[in-house]
Design a binder for this molecule. Sequence first.
Ligand code: ZN
Length: 150
Amino acid sequence: MMFDLKQLYQDVIVDHNRSPRNFGILEHADRKLEGYNPLCGDKLTLYVKMDGDIISDIRFDGSGCAISVASASLMTEAMKGKTIAKAEQLFNDFHHLLTAENAEPDLDRFGKLAALAGVREYPSRIKCASLCWHTLHAVIDGNAAAVSTE
Ligand code: ZN
């Protein structure tokens, strides 16, 4: 069956850029970190609230291109309620999804996140899609320094 990644990419990016999920400041966040992609000018702040080792709430704000906003929207949606271990696993899987050559995304596993594999067609934009993920990874690791893709 042919899978139209380009169409999915278009639809999902437009939708999540137009109405980003989990957008705004999270009051009483346990952890907060900024991420910056100087190549494109994408800037975001990620807020995370933990309940034990579970990401009980996660929000982001900032400004950036459609891909960076949509990726953060999709990521926060996917990460809410996950344990740190599951979040790390998803980070690794997602990193593979963005960099794997011509591997078809597993829709069952990735759901809407699979749409972001469409960015492989535009290598200069991969950092736009991965910025929020690297920022979350740093948050989970307990890093205090802001993340830059450069
Ligand atoms: Zn960008």
